[in-house]
Design a protein around this ligand. Sequence first.
Ligand code: ARG
Length: 484
Amino acid sequence: MEASRPQVQVQAQAQAQAQAQPKPKEAKLWGGRFEEGVTDVVERFTESISFDKALYKHDIMGSRAHASMLAHQGLISASDRDSILQGLDEIERRIENGEFNWRADREDVHMNIEAALTDLIGEPAKKLHTARSRNDQVLTDFRLWCRDAIDKILVSMKQLQVSLLTLALNNEGVIVPGYTHLQRAQPVLLQHLLLAYVEEIERDAGRLVDCRARMNFCPLGACALAGTGLPIDRFMTSEALGFTAPLRNSIDAVSDRDFVLEFLSVNAITAVHLSRLGEEWVLWASEEFGFITPSDSVSTGSSIMPQKKNPDPMELVRGKSARVIGDLVTLLTLCKGLPHAYNRDLQEDKEPVFDSVKTILGMLEVSAEFALKITFNRERIQKALPAGHLDATTLADYLVNKGVPFRTSHDIAGKSVALCTLKNCQLLDLSLDELRSINPVFEEDVYEYLGVENAIQKFVSYGSTGSACVASQLDYWTKKLEMK
Ligand code: ARG
């Protein structure tokens, strides 16, 4: 059956009435040339106050610096500056106490604060927007906001690294199967694997630090796009706001969003790292692996299956990485093909950034907590170790030490594994005669290389899983993360 379209009732009369007596609206701050106000539909569609009020603190910071500079340059009087500064203090207080009335008809955070300041202090407030446009203002706010967000993420990253290192220090000597292709490959120290995550997060943090440095330039004073004819001092506002310097090019200053693209790329890479950690721990908590037991405090149950205990936080870490990647893609798509300079499309840049930051902070926080609430099941891991001939590569290394070319060693070790498969045993269980039947080069000392405990001791290369290397890496991280 064909679905019928809902009937749209056009209430012509009511509409005509509304048009005849428009409810009185406050004139827009930009309303000089307009004869009528925007419709409610347009107002609802174009407002950004519902989300950009998150920028209020940074908007006020920017206005304080701007007003002080205007006074310093003689563009406003000292007493106007003082009224503006006092008024901004009061507005900040009201916002923080939940007493501020955010109004959608005042569009965005910038106009809400400026209009409220005018309500509060009158004439001097009308001078605040001298030599400033919302285009440079929004970017000043946004860069300041992102800078703070980066600082918060960096703290959370360090907390995760500390948790992972704590987990490593509490699990000395545990050997786990190392995988490639999710097939058993070689034995590794659990500590070595945990430190691999720490390394990944360290590079993510490094990327954030780089991004912060490139972001930390001031758009304020670029105005709409061309700068201004008024004698402002952009270096003064830049310095007051803790920026490295003013952005050199006013068109670039108001049109580019590469600082957020870079920020969201870093978050996306971090999210991908965390999703891999999430996947690994979900897998390891399964009955099939049974390598870890998360505590009840980080697990959840099923509403139908009474026996279930699920590692939901790490599943969601894996899942939420999708949002963080999506936020980056949204922003890339938003910016693609936009003509210079500012376009209203760019108002859409905020929500993906807010979402990305909130999500990545949550992912880091929950991973750090989870890491401190899991137990490694040593016995279960121990039982799992013999399967998969994890010492086969070490056997090949043994043969190389005996002067056998590696390709031949690989072949001999492979044949030894084949014999094990035939006999359903471990390499360690083959007698010297059996090994010699494959190749006479084997001697009694081969048994020093076989079995995972022996094999792990044989790793000596820089960065390898050998106990000595791992110990020195643990030492490095303990110092770097100031855990001693
Ligand atoms: N709310 C706007 C945004 O986030 C502020 C800048 C608007 N500028 C303009 N000329 N309409 O992009």
